[in-house]
Design a protein around this ligand. Structure first.
Ligand SMILES: Nc1ncnc2c1ncn2[C@@H]1O[C@H](COP(=O)(O)OP(=O)(O)OP(=O)(O)O)[C@@H](O)[C@H]1O
Ligand SMILES: [Mg+2]
Length: 231
């Protein structure tokens, strides 16, 4: 039996917008097992990104709990949360957020340097090879295609060997074929390093690449929406 690595309990998130309150998450119970690949789908505004932010400790809930790898995030200090984000989680966003003045290699190793951690050159080399960007290490982001930039962002997220990879529409800016390649590579790497993978997507074909698909609606998981892709 695999352990549960992510668990949310009656999770709510309200945003005050002056005139009214937006209920982004509305009592959400969600679990992910270790090494599972889960995709999250649902209409724009249903709370997908908000949920991912809560799991990644980027934002705090209004009520309810988030437990990741046995840690209750709401009981952690800002410093502990910062370390948690840096060491446990790899974030991949639709915007690649690469640093323009750093070449590919430095972009990828930047989070490690920030943490004062040793750069495992062999591992980085393997990542670069798997992601087909080994010949680009000295190139600056502006000279890369969208797909290449996204693969650099993926390598950066994976460089710290995080237990959990959280991706928010990671292929939103890519064409269908590049999207499939990128998710395929992400899946290969997550398997190889026994990582848990949560991917938000609007693309049903991409969602189908996961072990399980979860659908959100109005800040909740649509009951009975879990589908096990069974791969
Ligand atoms: N910082 C914020 N302040 C106020 N409202 C917010 C904030 N962030 C999100 N919301 C609102 O919370 C709801 C959920 O937003 P969220 O970004 O989680 O949706 P989403 O499912 O990721 O949508 P999309 O598919 O468009 O990315 C939306 O109604 C959104 O307008
Ligand atoms: Mg979103």
């Amino acid at each position: 039996m695999r352990n549960i690595i992510v668990k949310t309990n009656a999770l709510t998130k309200h945003y005050e917008t002056g005139s009214h309150t937006v209920i982004a998450l509305n009592g959400l119970d969600f679990e992910v097992k270790e090494r599972e690949f889960v995709s999250i789908i649902g209409k724009s505004g249903c709370g997908k990104s908000t949920l991912l932010h809560m799991i990644g400790g980027l934002d705090s809930p209004t009520s309810g709990t988030v437990i990741v790898d046995g840690m209750n995030l709401s009981e952690m200090s800002q410093e502990q949360l910062a370390l948690f984000r840096r060491r446990k989680v790899g974030f991949i966003f639709q915007q690649y957020n690469l640093i323009p003045d750093l070449n590919v290699y430095d972009n990828i190793t930047f989070p490690l340097e920030l943490d004062g951690a040793r750069v495992d050159k062999e591992f980085i080399g393997e990542l670069l090879k798997t992601l087909h960007i080994a010949d680009k290490i000295e190139v600056f982001p502006s000279m890369l295609s969208g797909g290449e930039q996204q693969r650099v962002a993926i390598a950066r997220a994976l460089a710290t060997k995080p237990a959990i990879i959280l991706a928010d529409e990671p292929t939103g800016n890519l064409d269908t074929s590049s999207s499939h390649d990128v998710i395929g590579l992400l899946k290969v790497i997550a398997r190889r390093y026994q990582q848990t993978l949560v991917v938000i997507t609007h693309d049903l074909d991409i969602a189908q690449m996961a072990d399980r698909i979860v659908r959100l609606q109005d800040g909740k998981i649509l009951r009975g929406s879990d589908s096990y892709v069974g791969k």
